[in-house]
Design a protein around this ligand. Structure first.
Ligand SMILES: NC(=O)c1ccc[n+]([C@@H]2O[C@H](COP(=O)([O-])OP(=O)(O)OC[C@H]3O[C@@H](n4cnc5c(N)ncnc54)[C@H](O)[C@@H]3O)[C@@H](O)[C@H]2O)c1
Length: 156
């Protein structure tokens, strides 16, 4: 059993979080979108994925899956952080990396001990080093490993 924080409760974060909880891990899914977290806490499943509602319900009932806007606490108390935030396209066609960068800054800001940082967002090559550098900038003594585990599935 690992304590896992999933940053971003979109398609990727929710499905990953629910599946990781179903494997027996203790998962906290966090988001900066407070109304979304409120709905999730109320048992609402904002997206449709076959089997997801049942998976989320079962793991919430067993105390393995929770939802929070308290990103500081979730990062402090986990062993592994999954970055599952959005990476939309900019009008120039480039990737908007601002959400990934903000997530990395939060990790640096709140971490107190060793973390494995797993990047699940779709990002350009080199982002692992970039995430590591941002965390180290915020917390020069940061003890981390950054892992790339991109999502390859599609909605539905
Ligand atoms: N949706 C898919 O089918 C799919 C498939 C493969 C890869 N991906 C990739 O996975 C990533 C996530 O996609 P998605 O569809 O789940 O995105 P999404 O836009 O549905 O969800 C992203 C969530 O991250 C939250 N967020 C943003 N910044 C945050 C922060 N600093 N801390 C916490 N939460 C934050 C947003 O509020 C939002 O709820 C993207 O890079 C996307 O390209 C998506």
């Amino acid at each position: 059993m690992k304590r896992i924080c999933v940053m971003g409760t979109g398609y990727v974060g929710l499905v990953s979080g629910a599946c990781l909880a179903d494997f027996g891990n203790a998962v906290v899914c966090v988001d900066i979108d407070a109304p979304r977290i409120e709905r999730l806490r109320g048992g609402e499943v904002p997206i449709y994925e076959p089997g997801l509602e049942e998976l989320m319900g079962r793991n919430r009932d067993r105390g393995r899956l929770s939802f929070s806007t308290d990103i500081a606490f979730a990062i402090k108390s986990c062993e592994i952080v999954f970055i599952c935030v959005g990476t939309p396209s900019l009008p120039t066609g480039e990737v908007d990396m601002s959400y990934v960068h903000a997530a990395a800054r939060s990790i640096g800001q709140y971490m107190e001990d060793y973390k494995i940082v797993v990047n699940k967002s779709t990002v350009p090559v080199g982002t692992g080093d970039e995430v590591g550098a941002i965390i180290a900038e915020v917390r020069p003594d940061a003890d981390i490993d950054v892992v790339s585990n991109p999502e390859f599935l599609r909605e539905g």
